[in-house]
Design a protein around this ligand. Structure first.
Ligand SMILES: *Cc1c(COP(=O)(O)O)cnc(C)c1O
Length: 466
């Protein structure tokens, strides 16, 4: 399998290089040159498989040139046995034909574990083979940092440095990052805000000379193809559990960067019968505005009760635009260069094609809270605010009540207690047993000034072979 850039100018790469690369050299994102396609008969034969075995079936075509089957199976077994539920991604029923797929049974209680637990193992495998080392550098306002740290804690050939804004992340989120023990894990609290952290990461990627040429930076943000790949699997899992592929399914996906929902679109292209895909956003609704009015336009960032979806631009959307433009990289390059300067639209027939593929809805904080309360009153089941947005959008956009509607449950409610309080419920979401002692665990982090040279100096001194 070869991978090509959405902007058409960077060289095609194999899986190993795509794994280690962030953006393509032309500024684009890597996508598979062609997708595997599974027949209904083949998908049907996967009924009842354990999650890790299903993951093997769905993902192996993407990695087969780089990893022998047995090694990949072993990696998947290890990855998904670390989840605190036998089925890995259990379904919970909300109403007669309505479901939540709980994707938060992994070590950091959010769906990002599905991809990042695997990504850490993939990186270490490839780096071991190549006798290379990388430094992962990332900025986080919460969720991604902890999932990335957990994913890399056992890596021999990776050091990870995660920058978070000092005293500006919630205590649960900070502790999820800073209590993970490991010589290769480095938490830096920057005396600045999230944008300062992100700017430092960006500048460091642009000029890596501070590492003295002895190692290189790698990224684990959601533009990494391997993350998307791992997220395709649970669409198959949900469908098979509810009578697929002999009936089609509808999915509602809380999204910001278009990563998770893009994985659903790929599942459909790979042969899974999916009759509806709902894009669910919060007030940062660039995707919903595009889908409803063919205008792709950045607006001011809003801080919401669903912070993991607070974005201004939706980076993975570029991968869909590539397909909508008949995989014409030059057209995508033009469009996105213009989009950086102001609002853009695409040709009407292309936009109509997008509307055939997706429905969308934007849900504000008040409606998010109303939904948390409503579902609790109906079912004594607590939703986290991101999942609540998915459930609301599912109910608003549903087309056919005979088709099972599955909302992806992206986080555990105990991660976002503010939204539960705001919804007026007096229940307090409890951390699950494997996290119950989070507030007693020892924390480790270094506070640094909001200064690029100081942060880079810290990195260059503290990676493994420095
Ligand atoms: C990251 C995240 C999302 C958004 O994921 P996308 O990659 O933007 O699709 C939604 N909910 C939670 C809890 C998250 O952590």
């Amino acid at each position: 399998m070869r991978y090509i850039s959405t902007r058409g100018e960077a060289p095609a790469l194999g899986f190993e290089d795509v794994l280690l690369t962030g953006l393509a050299t032309d500024g684009g994102l890597y996508v598979p040159e062609s997708l595997p396609h599974f027949s209904l008969e083949e998908i049907r034969s996967w009924r009842g498989l354990p999650y890790s075995e299903l993951a093997f079936k769905v993902m192996y075509p993407f990695v087969e040139d780089a990893i022998p089957a047995d090694d990949f199976r072993k990696m998947l077994d290890e990855t998904y046995s670390g989840f605190a539920h036998q089925s890995v991604a259990p379904l919970v029923q909300l109403d007669s034909n309505e479901w939540v797929m709980e994707l938060f049974r992994g070590p950091t209680l959010a769906f990002k574990d599905f991809a990042l637990q695997l990504l850490g193992r993939l990186l270490d495998y490839v780096l071991e083979k190549r006798k290379q080392h990388v430094v992962i550098m990332g900025a986080t306002s919460g969720d991604t940092g902890s999932a990335a740290i957990e994913g890399c804690r056992r890596c021999e050939h990776v050091d990870i440095f995660i920058l978070h804004p000092y005293q500006r992340v919630s205590e649960v989120q900070r502790r999820q990052m800073t209590t993970v023990q490991g010589d290769n894990i480095h938490n830096i609290a920057v005396k600045g805000n999230f944008d300062d952290c992100q700017r430092m990461v960006k500048e460091s990627f642009g000029d890596q000379s501070f590492l003295g040429g002895k190692t290189q930076l790698a990224a684990v943000n959601s533009i990494n193809w391997a993350r998307i790949m791992a997220q395709i699997v649970y669409y198959f899992q949900a469908s098979l559990a509810l009578g697929g592929p002999d009936r089609s399914m509808a999915f509602s996906v809380p999204t910001g960067n278009f990563g998770d929902i893009f994985a659903g679109y790929l599942a459909k292209k790979m042969g899974l019968p999916i009759s509806q895909l709902v894009i669910a956003t919060n007030r940062n609704d660039i995707l919903h505005r595009f889908m409803s009015g063919n205008r792709y336009e950045q607006q001011q960032l809003e801080h919401t009760l669903s912070p993991s979806m607070d974005i201004m631009v939706s980076s993975n959307f570029e991968r869909l635009l590539f397909d909508l433009h008949g995989r014409d990289g030059a057209a995508v390059k033009d469009l996105l260069e213009n989009a950086a300067k102001g609002p853009v639209s695409i040709e009407d027939y292309r936009w109509k094609a997008a509307r055939k593929l997706f429905d969308s809805d934007a849900v504000d904080d008040k409606t998010t809270c109303d939904t948390i309360r409503e579902i609790y009153e109906q079912n004594e089941y607590l939703l986290d605010p991101h999942t609540a947005i998915g459930v609301r959008a599912a109910r608003n956009c549903r087309r056919d009540a005979t088709v099972p509607m599955i909302t992806l449950g992206t986080a555990h409610p105990a991660k976002f207690p503010d939204a539960i309080v705001e919804s007026g419920l007096s229940v307090k979401p409890q951390l699950p047993p494997h996290m119950a002692d989070l507030f007693e665990r020892e924390e480790r982090y270094t506070v640094l000034e909001n200064d690029l040279a100081e942060v880079q100096g810290f990195l260059s001194k503290h990676w493994k072979n420095a």
